[in-house]
Design a protein. Structure first.
Lengths: 292, 130
């Protein structure tokens, strides 16, 4: 029996000891909980502040791009009137040439401004697609037509390889064209005279639709290639500066492709050229028969 | 017979000038308004509907949509109908639907291309004469 008494006392002592330990642990946990709560509060404050800042930035960009576009539209309009000699001859053919330059520069700036606004929209999650059925090969043709003068001026050959039975697409036509225009325009810009920009399109075995823009241009260094894959922030900071005038075209094309559930891939080597392919899911394809 | 008249609603003076130049060159009589309220005044004072009202969507104060709604109300009182064409800087597909859904008759994106303007105006002029 002595043993048992001893055991009870021993147990009591151990219970007391454990209780004391638990009280300490509990206290520690409470402290941790309090500091976690504080951290969470801080974090949600920071997140709210960041969200506000982002919203303000988007608003600012929206306002700014309106302010930028208003005079640009007038510049483009006036230079259009002069280059087309709407009210009679400009007097000297050089003036017509200058007006054309003003017009093209204005259009370029406008495109950049629109790209900027789009990037801010995408970052704010405010870009919505407006889908419809459209002819993919016509969309590619239309995009090419817009850039023919640019290619001609830079003596870059545009070559087109599109099968006749390319399907229709159910997508945001304006945005899809914007992807093509950005990719082709970049390809032209980075290809030296007498180089070639090839535009191809095909349907993969699984029905996915792929459009490829390949140039024989200066290529992208591996380090910069990584940057291209990053979000616009970093790209806008470094890549565009390194490649002065590259604009937001590539990251924007990538974002717009992804918005459609597609994928943009770049294969490039310095001095050899760049091949960019955009692949859209099979679900966006619409057979020609279904449309007609 | 007087030339078909177009009301150009635009707040930016340089754009008013470009638009007026293009429209007058195409042979139309142009009236201008630099704000929504001014446009409403012009519509209210006119004794017949304009062949077209080119309505800038983004204007300080009353925007183009609001001005259009008020003009539509005026039309109900007067028993006439103007063709109101939204002019917007956002050349996006979604905007077109937004403009038409709001009650605009058509949509032109900025910068106004002389060729597109000519086509749209010619179609309207033809409809009037038919």
């Amino acid at each position: 029996m002595k043993d048992s008494t001893w055991t009870t006392a021993d147990l009591d002592a151990r219970v007391a000891e454990r209780t004391a330990e638990l009280v300490i642990t509990n206290e520690q946990l409470n402290n941790k909980l309090a500091s976690c709560r504080l951290n969470a509060q801080e974090l949600s404050k920071t997140a709210a502040a960041a969200k506000e800042a982002n919203k303000a930035m988007t608003l600012f960009l929206g306002d700014m791009s309106h302010e930028l576009r208003t005079p640009l539209n007038a510049i483009i309009g006036f230079s259009d009137v002069i280059q087309s000699e709407l009210f009679g001859a400009a007097g000297n053919s050089k003036y017509v040439e200058y007006a054309k330059d003003i017009n093209q520069s204005g259009i370029y700036l406008l495109r950049l401004t629109n790209d900027l606004l789009d990037v801010s929209r995408i970052q704010a999650g405010k870009l919505t697609l407006s889908e419809e059925n459209f002819d993919l090969s016509s969309a590619i043709d239309a995009s090419l037509r817009l850039l023919r003068d640019e290619a001609l001026a830079r003596r870059v050959v545009l070559s087109l390889d599109i099968p006749g039975d390319l399907p229709f697409m159910y997508a945001d036509q304006t945005r899809i064209k914007q992807i093509f225009i950005n990719l082709i325009s970049n390809a032209i810009k980075f290809t030296p005279a007498n180089g070639t920009v090839k535009i191809g399109a095909s349907v993969l075995p699984d029905g996915a639709i792929r459009v490829v823009v390949a140039d024989t241009g200066i290529g992208i260094a591996p380090d910069d290639l990584l940057k291209v894959y990053e979000r616009y922030g970093q790209v806008a900071n470094s890549l565009t500066r390194a490649n002065e005038g590259a604009g937001l075209g590539l990251p924007l094309a990538k974002a717009l492709t992804e918005q459609h559930g597609g994928k943009l891939e770049i294969d490039s080597a310095v001095g050899r050229g760049t091949t960019i392919s955009v692949t859209f899911p099979a679900s966006l394809g619409v057979s020609r028969k279904a449309v007609s | 017979m007087s030339l078909p008249s177009v009301l150009l609603v635009e707040d930016y003076p340089a754009s008013v000038l470009v638009g007026t130049m293009m429209l007058e060159h195409l042979g139309y009589t142009v009236e201008t308004a630099s704000s929504g309220p001014e446009a409403i005044e012009k519509v209210s004072a006119a004794n017949k509907p304009f062949m077209a009202i080119l309505m800038d969507v983004q204007m300080p104060g009353m925007d183009g949509f609001e001005a259009m709604r008020l003009i539509r109300e005026l039309e109900r009182e007067k028993g006439c109908r103007n063709t109101i064409i939204a002019v917007t800087a956002q050349a996006l597909a979604g905007d077109r639907e937004r403009c038409l859904a709001a009650g605009m008759d058509d949509y032109i994106s900025k910068p106004i291309s002389p060729a597109i303007l000519e086509k749209k105006m010619a179609a309207l002029a033809k409809a009037i004469n038919a």
